[in-house]
Design a protein around this ligand. Structure first.
Ligand SMILES: [Zn+2]
Length: 110
């Protein structure tokens, strides 16, 4: 599943999004181009563009993106989550942020 490059902490959000996509009438898996982290946020790239896929698909994507802002991309917790870092921004809890600063890879963007 190469299209899926989002960090581990967001796996639950992405799993849920994929499940809900499958319930949309006429949905095709090939519509998904890429799912990744960018500037600390979850990005879901689809083609055709989301406004052509319809309101339901757009709503699901916005919901997943909004949830990701509240969820640690490293471990998936919703406690103590903030946008952290300077320059390269991560949405993560203070524990994951401290680990990252010690140089341990955890939920790093690939
Ligand atoms: Zn964390």
């Amino acid at each position: 599943m190469t299209y899926r490059e989002s960090p581990k902490g967001w796996d639950g959000i992405v799993d849920q999004l994929l499940l809900e996509f499958e319930k949309l009438p006429g949905w095709r898996h090939e519509y998904i181009d890429q799912i990744k982290e960018k500037f600390g946020g979850l990005r879901v790239y689809v083609s055709p563009p989301v406004f052509e896929l319809g309101e339901q698909a757009e709503r699901l994507i916005r919901k997943a993106e909004a949830e990701a802002w509240l969820t640690c991309q490293g471990c998936g917790t919703k406690d103590d989550v903030a946008k952290r870092g300077n320059g390269w921004v991560f949405t993560e809890c203070s524990a994951c942020h401290a680990e990252r600063r010690r140089g341990l890879p955890r939920g790093r963007p690939r």
